[in-house]
Design a protein around this ligand. Structure first.
Ligand code: XUL
Ligand code: CO
Length: 443
């Protein structure tokens, strides 16, 4: 093990809510059983490689602020990649997350040719394999970075040039092989530039068909090689494109149905992508669970004042509890988990800031799990919902849903029986109070 994070000498431990040790968990007690599984198994938390180790602390107005030895431009890129991986695994192990996630280009530099890029990745996958064996850290998901390089400026799968489509397909094939080799539990596709910047130069119908074809190729290949993880699309409404085709969960579901993929691909929902799409996080979860395509979560948050994707660490127990509640109602994670697609803010340049960000986020998720589990175990909210729809259980409601009555039948019924429904309270404030009481109560 390296000692890049030498300020944190022991693995981060659980000390309970009364601890004020900044390097201890106050809520994440990994072996504590919550709704039949340990916290570790329920939350399946993952560190992301890109923001934590490959991003230098730059923003759209300013250069990198992070002083990490692997960013030294005079270093051989493969030596830098090894050094970065040493530090990354030191961090995963000290923090105690069971998983990590990566893009191909986060862990291995792009070479002068595609063949060299593949060989760089293969070398780093070998190294990751040995690191995983040594530490027990597992891979939640892998993904190909098909949006950074200038060749992808006009999209990857949706590029007007079929050679770019082919290049992206080749990159995804190689990365899917690598993900399988490392026992990855999922493979993610975030369509960073699969959208348009200008409608006037865009053949939308053609681009959608290209994307549908691309995803079918991925599913066919996944089956061919026997990858038993889940293929996930990560919806996002825009940024960097003006409009991204996989705008939100509902749009993705319609797209998957149109291209015959709704049983093969699920969604990786990112909290701040939901916000950017004008939705609440729990809405996106509910939408995906309802359509049977819920897969995994990129846990983060935005900033109320900034319009771009700031990817901050989650710190709202209320926001996360409402999301975890929907996840638990949907049966919990299977192959997915909470992946911290989170970056430090530019001024948080000390390596230990990475611990503070993740410790706070993991405690937020753990406490949210306790709140969500308490809401479910109390059953008060579920009982209110059941009661609210209970009249549909009677004969009239059942006949309507079964398609046994026509519009004219309903017209006749309302006239004949002088039906005049009176509204009932939705009890929204009372329900909000139940949530707040539960947040106050759980320990
Ligand atoms: C970008 C984003 C990506 C994906 C992986 O907004 O969320 O980091 O999670 O490509
Ligand atoms: Co993400």
């Amino acid at each position: 093990m390296t000692d890049f994070f030498h300020d944190v000498s022991t693995p981060v431990a659980y000390e309970g809510p009364d601890s004020d040790n900044p390097f201890a968990f106050r809520w994440y007690d990994k072996d504590r059983i919550v709704m039949g599984k340990s916290m570790e198994e329920q939350l399946r938390m993952s560190v992301c490689y890109w923001h934590s180790f490959a991003w230098p602390g730059s923003d759209i107005f300013g250069a990198g602020t992070f002083d990490r030895p692997w960013f030294d431009p005079t270093m051989d890129p493969m030596d830098a990649a090894h050094l970065k991986m040493d530090a990354a695994f030191e961090f995963f192990e000290k923090l105690g997350t069971p998983f990590f996630s990566f893009h191909d280009r986060d862990i291995a530099p792009e070479g002068a040719t595609f063949a060299e890029s593949c060989s760089n990745l293969d070398t780093m996958i070998d190294y990751a394999e040995s690191k995983m064996a040594d530490t027990g850290v597992q891979l939640l998901w892998g993904t190909a970075q098909a949006f950074f390089q200038p060749r992808y400026a006009a999209g990857a799968a949706t590029n007007p040039n079929p050679d770019v489509f082919a290049y992206a397909a080749a990159q995804v094939k190689h990365c899917l092989d690598a993900t399988k080799r490392l026992g990855g539990q999922n493979y993610v596709l975030w369509g960073g530039r699969e959208g348009y910047e200008m409608l006037l130069n865009t053949n939308m119908a053609h681009e959608l068909d290209q994307l549908g074809r691309f995803l079918n190729l991925v599913v066919e290949y996944k089956n061919e090689i026997g990858f038993d993880g889940t293929i996930l699309i990560e919806p996002k409404p825009q940024e960097p494109t003006k409009h991204q085709y996989d705008y939100d969960s509902a749009t993705v579901y319609g797209f998957l149905q149109h291209y015959g993929l709704e049983n093969d691909i699920k969604v990786n929902i990112e909290v701040n992508h939901a916000t950017l799409a004008g939705h609440d996080f729990n809405h996106e979860i509910k939408q995906a669970v309802t359509n049977g395509i819920f897969g995994s979560v990129d846990a983060n948050r935005g900033d109320d004042r900034l319009g771009w994707d700031t990817d901050q660490f989650p710190n709202s127990v209320e926001q996360m509890s409402l999301g975890v509640y929907e996840i638990l109602l949907g049966g919990g994670f299977t192959t997915g988990g909470f992946m911290f697609d989170t970056k430090l803010r530019r001024q948080s340049l000390h390596p230990t800031d990475l611990f503070h960000g993740h410790i706070g986020a993991m405690d937020t998720m753990a406490r949210s799990l306790l709140v969500a589990a308490a809401l479910i175990e109390d059953g008060e909210l579920a009982a209110l919902v059941d009661e609210r729809y209970s009249r549909w259980g009677a004969d009239k409601g059942q006949r309507i849903l079964a398609g046994e009555v026509s519009l004219a039948d309903l017209h006749a019924d309302v006239l004949a029986n002088n039906i005049n429904p009176t509204p009932v309270s939705g009890q929204q404030e009372m329900i909000e109070n139940i949530v707040n009481r539960t947040i106050e109560r759980v320990r």
